[in-house]
Design a protein around this ligand. Structure first.
Ligand code: ZN
Length: 341
């Protein structure tokens, strides 16, 4: 491995490869794709599995770095993987948990964009606007996705062309993982929207509720009950804005084709305006808008989300204890409609 080169180009990738080496006994790493930078340098998209090898076991996917500028998202996911690797050396409750759940980490989905310091991938495409799902109502100008130019942000990519390499790799590995299981969760870590930390669930392309709104309501309830002091705003993304090409909407719609499967993909949007308010000079740095620049603040952000990421693995492993019975679903669905729509 080319640690010395990554350390300069993409320190998060060097850190991730170090964690993969540290966890060699318990991790099952593979490379989903190689991304070529303009100078010809290739960067791998790593996927790391751990836990149960039973393809029917509940599954949780942890994703970061889809937007290259939002480094803190990748760092939160790498920090969680590192914590698991360290705890596996002594924590028997973690070993028991991992007997019954499969975890997958893809901490840097867009290594090219991260190395170049751009939101988009090296082709100028915003990977969260690139999936073949079109919004059903007007989207905000530019932000909701545009096909005018790769030089403008939020570019969806050329019309009628396949998804970008990074998204094909992401969708293939998620669909493979979901092929045989009945319950799955995912969290995709971003930063930059607003002053609060938000947890979004589908849909992003329409205002109608998702099919599994009852399950989402109970997942929210058990999280809030166990974390009274949490500070997340939990809501459908469509409450904030509609967008074209959301890859989680696309994967969720595909999961509906697998009868009996419940797949709840979440997007964590860490509110970076707070960091800017505390350190206004960050506004003058492109990286500073999306990432906490001061070390103690970064450590706090990394720490803050660990209990959420732990919770998701435990909730998936224990899903049979809390998933609503068919007879409860209609009431829960109505309750969720009143809360969120
Ligand atoms: Zn983002």
């Amino acid at each position: 491995m080319l640690h010395w080169m990554y350390r300069r180009l993409l320190p998060e990738l060097a850190t991730l490869e170090r964690v993969i080496e540290l966890g060699a006994d318990s991790l099952r790493p593979r490379v989903l794709a190689q991304i070529t930078l303009p100078g010809g340098t290739q960067l791998p998209v790593h996927a790391i599995e751990l836990g149960s090898t039973d393809l029917r076991a509940p599954w949780v996917g942890y994703f970061g770095g889809i937007h290259g500028l939002e480094r803190i998202g990748a760092e939160v996911v790498i920090a969680q993987l590192h914590s698991l690797v360290m705890r596996l050396q002594w924590d028997s409750t973690l070993h028991q948990l991992l007997d019954s759940v499969r975890l997958l980490f893809v901490p840097i989905v867009n290594p090219g964009g991260m190395a170049l310091g751009t939101r988009a991938n090296p082709q100028g495409v915003d990977l969260m606007r690139n999936a073949p799902v079109l919004a059903q109502d007007p989207v905000p100008f530019l932000v909701g996705g545009q096909r005018m130019s790769a030089r403008l942000p939020w570019y969806q990519g050329p019309a009628d062309s396949p998804m970008q390499v990074e998204n094909i790799a992401l969708c293939q590995c998620v669909n493979e993982a979901l092929a045989q299981c009945t319950f799955a969760l995912a969290v995709d870590c971003h930063s930059g929207f607003g002053a609060r930390d938000r947890l979004w669930f589908p849909y992003a392309h329409k205002r109608e509720p998702m099919t599994h709104l009852a399950e989402l309501q109970v997942l929210t309830d058990i999280f809030v009950q166990a974390h009274s002091y949490h500070r997340y705003v939990i809501e459908p993304q469509s409450v904030q804005y509609l967008a074209h090409g959301d890859v989680w909407d696309y994967l969720y719609l595909q999961s509906l084709q697998r009868p009996g499967q419940v797949f709840l993909p979440l997007t964590l949007e860490m509110g970076s305006w707070l960091w800017i308010k505390k350190n206004p000079r960050q506004l003058f740095s492109r990286h500073g808008i999306f990432n906490p620049l001061i070390q103690h603040r970064q450590q706090r952000v990394l720490r803050q989300h660990q209990s959420l990421l732990d919770f998701l693995a435990r909730a998936a492993s224990s899903c049979e204890r809390w998933l609503p019975a068919p007879s409860q679903r209609a009431t829960l669905h109505d309750q969720a409609l009143r809360n969120w729509y």
